[in-house]
Design a protein around this ligand. Structure first.
Ligand SMILES: [Fe+2]
Length: 321
């Protein structure tokens, strides 16, 4: 079974812009591996949480998922091959760039690169954020969550649920079909949506430990309003307060705080909307934007609210169990 989203694999023609935004806006730790060619980004004590390579062509984004050991990697390899996915063994150079003991990869039905690894090493040096922040919430919840727009909803849902072992957190059919899936206490590690549009990476959510670090990232984004893909708001399902920042490759970072966790007793539910308030999607066509406003109005009239459980409170609750 997959345990967590471990890291992100980026190929980009915009390496300088990645370095600038990751370091100064998001607050990641940048390790320049090869000048003007390859970097690693850190978000915690791990060796890397992003491997980024400069290329000339179109940008790509892939995901690295983690399994506990070699036996589980071999089992998954067999399961994927029996479903018709051709698997490639990671090269020595790829393993050493990532700092993992072993890794294999394939492409999902939309062509997104998926790596499965184990043994991501700790870095030999402390995490030094690119701006003064209180760090990111990772650990057994993994790096964050990714939302994908797919042209192959059923195949992708089958891949994550039946082969990788993810469980459904919640879902909706309107205005389009979306499924949120978890593989650890993080409310969802993957969201898949069938909008009728072309497949693409929608966003990666990174969770700050401190709310003020979201606010400061928002202040910086407000100096360039075009960089805000979704305004400040709070999600109805994972309760994250966040905004979405466009990155140099056109997909987005969701920068958030205070996600709720799920346990074995979680029961999947159908969602009444995407957000409790805010989260105006600036890129939506006017009619869809208006539809979203009407959903927010209905939720406000019903007085739907959710308690905030902070990272520290979650840690305390866990410690008491
Ligand atoms: Fe999200």
């Amino acid at each position: 079974m997959i345990q967590a989203l471990s890291y992100i694999v980026v190929e980009t023609p915009h390496l300088d812009a990645w370095i600038e935004q990751s370091r100064h806006h998001v607050g990641l730790h940048v390790d320049e591996v090869e000048a003007n060619h390859r970097i690693r980004l850190r978000a915690d004590e791990k060796f890397q949480r992003f491997v980024v390579t400069k290329i000339d062509g179109l940008a790509t984004m892939g995901m690295g998922f983690e399994v506990p050991d070699a036996a589980e990697l071999a089992r998954l390899r067999q399961a994927l091959e029996s479903e018709g996915y051709p698997i490639t063994q990671g090269s020595k150079a790829e393993l050493s760039f990532r700092g993992v003991e072993d890794m294999m990869f394939f492409h999902d039905p939309d062509g997104v690169r998926i790596e499965i690894c184990y043994g991501l090493a700790d870095a030999g040096t402390p995490f030094v954020p690119g701006r003064p922040i209180g760090g990111f919430r990772t650990g057994d919840m993994g790096l964050g969550h990714v939302a994908l727009i797919t042209e192959h909803f059923d195949k992708l849902s089958h891949l994550y649920r039946n082969i990788f072992g993810f469980k459904v957190s919640d879902h909706t059919f309107a205005p389009f079909r979306v499924e949120f899936l978890h593989c650890n206490p993080r409310h969802h590690t993957i969201g898949i949506a069938h909008t009728g549009g072309p497949a693409k990476i929608y966003h990666l959510m990174l969770e700050y430990n401190d709310f003020d670090d979201v606010g400061r990232a928002y202040d910086m984004a407000l100096t360039n309003p075009d960089s805000i893909g979704v305004t400040l708001g709070r999600h109805i399902n994972d309760h994250v307060t966040s905004f979405y920042l466009k990155n140099p490759d056109g997909w987005m970072f969701e920068l958030g705080w205070a996600s709720r966790t799920v346990g074995p007793d979680w029961e999947a539910e159908e969602l009444e909307g995407m957000s409790l308030w805010g989260h105006d999607r600036t890129w939506l066509p006017d009619d869809k934007r208006e539809e979203a406003r009407q959903i927010l109005k209905r939720l406000a009239q019903k007085g739907v609210r959710a308690p905030v459980v902070t990272t520290t409170q979650t840690a305390t609750t866990k410690a008491q169990l």
